[in-house]
Each structure stands twice: as structure tokens, then as C-alpha cells.
Design a protein around this ligand. Structure first.
Ligand SMILES: NC(=O)c1ccc[n+]([C@@H]2O[C@H](COP(=O)([O-])OP(=O)(O)OC[C@H]3O[C@@H](n4cnc5c(N)ncnc54)[C@H](OP(=O)(O)O)[C@@H]3O)[C@@H](O)[C@H]2O)c1
Length: 342
């Protein structure tokens, strides 16, 4: 690519910094604009990452004619509103997970992208990493026979003030939207691969969980779902307990273990899939190397597919995102978690 794609970022939080750091190493993109709720935060961010345009609003970035693509990463309840604004401003979009708060919002965002003919992708970075692509190949090749059970966990213990975005209902907090979305997306991906498809939707879902007394968000929760092909998935997440944050897939001929399913090779180091065939004492390690940092891979994937408006699976396509949001809605419903702004 002769000329680099010009990026803007909406918000200056933790993941905005991680993305900006990795974008610096991208061969396809460069960061030229940052928007924040305050000029001070925009200036600070701009100094840190050498950003040319610094705005005290998100609108500033969208009104800059040089900006071609925006990375939208404020708190969850703002995703839909700003993605729609960005689409109307004819900017291509990389939108943080969870795509939106619910599937109704997700439909509106996708409709806006379609109407304005812009690129749009949910920023599940693990879906952009070659470890995930290799996993899908292994499942499709029948490396573990027929898939029977999928287990996915992602949770942590949040030592945070109750008004943090993770714990505050008003800010779209709780485990399901923060990290449960990864588990659900993995189960749908693997169940789909088992049937030779890009993703699958559950035919049944049950869940239990604990809602926090302070913020009202989900503290920890576990769900089970049945997919076509008699595949059973177990998934759990939380902001009130640490788990091992792994993925295990059991099939008729063996099993696969992912130690780092969600953040594979963050600095470009190799990632590893553990495969053990039935009857084998010692399994094999399948090493997957890219060399680029995790969010550099994601930014490059956007650039490479911008003309097609969607990136190919296992990156998140629009239909995949809609299915994921639908399953998250079902999980939240099952444990009685409805945000008062919905
Ligand atoms: N893919 C990943 O690896 C990954 C990792 C972490 C988080 N995320 C996602 O990225 C988003 C941001 O997460 P984060 O960890 O970066 O959060 P964070 O550090 O708390 O930053 C959130 C940012 O949102 C903006 N914001 C707008 N309205 C706000 C309000 N009323 N209260 C607080 N902040 C507000 C603020 O930026 P300004 O003040 O500059 O406007 C703030 O810095 C979330 O949707 C999260 O799910 C993704």
C-alpha cells in the first residue's frame, strides 16, 4: 500500500492507548486524529502518540475530511450512537466489542453502515489472529473428530470503584458485555466450524448468575447452550472472580486446549494450540506465529478489506455480530440483567 490509511480514534481510555501503540507499527495505517470529551485528555493522548489533530469532542474527528477510518472505543452504551454518527459522516469503522448493548442497536448500526456504504467490523482482535484461523481449520479438518463439548471462560476479579465502567450499570458494566461476549463468540465460531459454516446459533440456552448489590450488573455467571449437531457449550464470565480464561473443545477423536484464546501473541510472539488425539499420552503443540502485535494485525485486516466493507471470517462479519448480540441478549435475559437505559 503506497499511502497509509488515516485513522481517528474516539475516546482516550485504556484500549484506545493499546490500539494507538500497535497502530504505530502498522504498515497500512497511521493515526492522525483523536477525539475526547475533554481537550486536556485529547492533548495528552496526542502528545503521547504524536497525533496531529486533537479534539475536545468525538464529532471533531468525524468532521475532519482527512480521516478515513475511525476506531470507536468509548464505554459500551456509546458504541451504537457514535458508530451511526461515523457511518453518516462516511467514515469506515472498527467498533469495539461488545458491538452494542443489545441486538436492536446492532441492527441499527449495521443498517447505517449499509446505507452509507462504509466498512464496519466488531473489534474482536482474537478473531483476527492466525491462531483462531488455525483453530477453525483444525475443527473443519476433523482433527478431534465430531465436536461434542465446548468450554470457554473469561473472567477477572475487578478491584475497582463501583462507578467504574466495569461495575456501573449506567455505563453498561458487568461481565457478560465485558468478557462474556468473547466466550459466546468462540462457542458460536467452533460450533459453526464443526458444521462447515462460519458460525452457528444456539437452539437452546440456559444460564444462572449473581447480580451485584452495588451496581446491579452481573458479577459472575455461567451458561449452557445446545447447538445444532448436538454440540453442547459451557461458558462463564465475570468481574467478581478469576478463572483460567481458556477454551477447551472435546470431540470424539480428541481435544483441543487454548491457553491464550483471547489475547494470543499480544507482542507478536508465537501462540500455541494444544491438540491431543484420543489415546495419546502426550499431545502436540501447534505453534502459530505472525510476528506483528495483536492490534497491528487487526488494523491491517481493516485496511486490507476496506473495499469489501467487511473482513472475511473468522473476523467478525455483520451476520456473525448480529448472532453474537442475540446470544448475549438471551444470556442477559436468562439471569435477569436489563439495563435501565435499554
Ligand atoms: N478488544 C479489547 O481488547 C478490549 C479491551 C478492553 C476494552 N475494550 C472495550 O473498549 C471500550 C473501552 O474500554 P476501556 O478499557 O478502554 O475503558 P476506559 O479505560 O474506562 O475508557 C473508556 C473511555 O470512554 C470515554 N467515555 C465516554 N463517556 C464516558 C463516561 N460517561 N464515563 C467514562 N468514560 C467515558 C472516555 O474517554 P474520553 O474521556 O476521552 O472521551 C474513557 O476514557 C469498552 O467498550 C470495552 O468493552 C476492548
Amino acid at each position: 500500500m503506497s499511502q497509509k490509511l488515516k485513522w481517528g480514534i474516539l475516546s482516550t481510555g485504556r484500549i484506545a492507548r493499546t490500539f494507538a501503540r500497535d497502530l504505530r507499527e502498522s504498515r497500512t495505517g497511521e493515526l492522525i486524529a483523536i477525539g475526547s470529551r475533554t481537550q486536556e485528555a485529547a492533548e495528552q493522548f496526542g502528545e503521547e502518540f504524536g497525533v496531529k489533530y486533537r479534539y475536545p469532542t468525538y464529532t471533531g474527528v468525524l468532521e475532519n475530511p482527512e480521516v478515513e477510518v475511525v476506531y470507536i472505543c468509548p464505554i459500551n452504551p456509546l458504541h451504537a450512537e457514535w458508530a451511526i454518527e461515523a457511518a453518516e459522516a462516511k467514515k469506515h469503522i472498527l467498533l469495539e466489542k461488545p458491538f452494542t448493548v443489545n441486538v436492536r442497536e446492532a441492527e441499527q448500526v449495521i443498517e447505517a453502515a449499509r446505507r452509507n456504504d462504509v466498512f464496519l467490523m466488531e473489534a474482536f482482535m482474537y478473531r483476527c489472529h492466525p491462531q483462531t484461523k488455525r483453530l477453525v481449520e483444525l475443527i473443519r479438518e476433523g482433527a478431534i473428530g465430531q465436536v461434542r463439548i465446548i468450554q470457554a471462560t473469561f473472567s477477572f476479579y475487578a478491584e475497582l470503584p463501583v462507578d467504574s465502567r466495569i461495575l456501573e450499570a449506567r455505563l453498561g458494566g458487568g461481565g457478560i458485555l465485558d468478557v462474556g461476549c468473547y466466550c459466546v463468540s468462540m462457542c458460536r465460531l467452533v460450533a459453526g466450524a464443526a458444521m462447515g459454516r462460519d458460525f452457528a446459533e444456539p437452539i437452546d440456552l440456559h444460564a444462572v448468575g449473581r447480580l451485584r448489590e452495588d451496581g446491579g450488573v452481573d458479577d459472575y455467571t455461567a451458561g449452557i447452550a445446545k447447538f445444532p449437531g448436538d454440540i453442547v457449550a459451557q461458558f462463564s464470565c465475570g468481574v467478581g472472580v478469576e478463572q483460567d480464561n481458556t477454551v477447551r473443545i472435546y470431540g470424539t477423536e480428541g481435544h483441543i486446549f487454548l491457553q491464550e484464546p483471547w489475547v494470543p501473541g499480544p507482542q507478536g510472539q508465537p501462540a500455541c494450540i494444544h491438540l491431543r488425539k484420543r489415546g495419546e499420552k502426550k499431545g502436540q503443540k501447534i505453534v502459530v506465529t505472525d510476528g506483528r502485535r495483536l492490534y497491528t494485525i487487526e488494523a491491517d485486516l481493516v485496511a486490507e478489506n476496506i473495499a469489501d466493507r467487511q473482513a472475511p471470517p473468522p473476523a467478525m462479519t455483520w451476520d456473525d455480530t448480529l448472532g453474537n448480540m442475540r446470544m448475549l441478549d438471551r444470556w442477559r435475559n436468562a439471569i435477569g440483567l436489563i439495563y435501565n437505559f435499554e
